[in-house]
Design a protein around this ligand. Structure first.
Ligand code: FES
Ligand SMILES: [Fe+2]
Length: 354
């Protein structure tokens, strides 16, 4: 078992896809971002394909994002070294020869689900690893939202903890996701190589305020809370509401069964800050943009409630003078951290052997 400190600077799983940005926010202008503590410049070539380069000229390390785009290439704003979208230097205007070492790291990137995904590890490994598959994403009865994002001044693992903890809704989301049964119904834990699932069925309770106008039946509901986090930090939050008596592991495809899947993608900026992206996917009202907007606004308001708590937790947990305790509800989060630590340790051993 690894005893790696997951909160130490630079401690991230690298050979995996992270979300760098909403696709719509990367255009024909350079955009400087920081991801996993690395400075990166994003832009699009004239044909629309995305580029991600290390944001530092190999001469005096001026951020390339302070230069300018020349067609598909990027020209340093200090002495004009020019790099193509693969990071190769193609022009050195102050001398005849292009120095052999004049190149910058080029990160594999691709657009999917309206998001721009970036590979932060060994570029050669990117092609063997698919981006997460969203079930039913092209199903005509389902609707996938464009999603949104927020910046949270907290270590990403405090967000992971939160997304493996269905009980917090009873206190943090009192007016949206909370309902009777969310405080004390026991949880099932399932761990795999991919990550951890904490889930439970809550039987025969009225749906909470966020879902009450969305479900397609009256009266009490059987509710599934499925909180899953997959490596590196992708949280899949499935909600099912079935008329009371129809829920449980054998829940069928009755048209009244309401399903919503919330995909949450956490990308560490550094050990103090996290980018939080999400998409919502539901099996009803595929062509109701007003409803989509209401759901998006409701989800954003709820995630703001999490943000306020998690930023305060991040600060609070820096205080070593008083002890902190674990609770039973932390079991899933602790299991996930163990899996993550083992994977990062294995990745480091593999990288050292190259
Ligand atoms: S710093 Fe970029 S060319 Fe000199
Ligand atoms: Fe929450």
């Amino acid at each position: 078992m690894s005893n790696l400190d997951l909160t130490a600077p630079g401690t991230y799983l690298r050979n995996c896809w992270y979300v760098a940005s909403a696709s719509r926010e990367v255009r024909r202008q350079m955009r400087a971002v920081r991801l996993l503590d690395e400075a990166i410049v994003l832009y699009r070539r004239e044909d629309g394909s995305p580029v991600a380069l290390e944001d530092a000229c190999p001469h005096r390390k001026l951020p390339l994002s302070m230069g300018r785009l020349k067609g598909d290439a990027i020209e340093c704003g200090y002495h004009g070294l020019t790099f193509d979208g693969c990071g190769q230097c193609i022009e050195a205007p102050t001398q005849q020869r292009i120095p052999a070492a004049a190149k910058v790291h080029s990160y594999p990137v691709q657009d999917r689900y309206g998001l721009l995904w970036i590979w932060m590890g060994e570029p050669q490994q990117a092609a063997q690893t698919p981006i997460i598959e969203i079930d039913n994403h092209d199903h005509p009865d389902w609707h996938l939202t464009q999603g949104d994002s927020l910046l949270c001044k907290s270590h990403y693992l405090w967000l992971v903890d939160n997304l493996l903890d269905p009980s917090h809704v009873a206190w943090v989301h009192r007016n949206t996701f909370a309902a009777s049964g969310t405080e004390d119904t026991p949880m099932q834990l399932h761990a795999s190589e991919q990550g951890v699932v904490c889930s439970r069925w809550i039987f025969g309770k009225p749906p909470p305020p966020f879902y009450a106008p969305l479900v397609k039946f009256e009266g009490p509901a059987d509710r599934l809370q499925h909180y899953e986090v997959r490596l590196p930090s992708t949280a899949i939050n499935r909600s099912i509401f079935a008329p009371a008596g129809m829920g449980g592991p054998q829940v069928g495809d009755d048209p009244r069964v309401y399903r919503m899947v919330s995909y949450n993608f956490l990308t560490p900026i550094d050990e103090q800050t996290t980018l939080y992206f999400w998409l919502q996917h539901r099996n009803t009202d595929a062509h109701d943009p007003a409803l989509t907007e209401r759901i998006a606004a409701g989800a954003k308001a709820a995630f703001e409630e999490d943000r306020v708590v998690l930023e305060a937790v991040h600060q609070g947990m820096k205080n070593p003078r008083t002890p902190n305790i674990g609770l039973l509800l932390d079991t899933g989060a602790a299991r996930f951290r163990r899996t993550l630590a083992e994977r990062i340790a294995a990745e480091r051993i593999q990288a050292a052997g190259r």
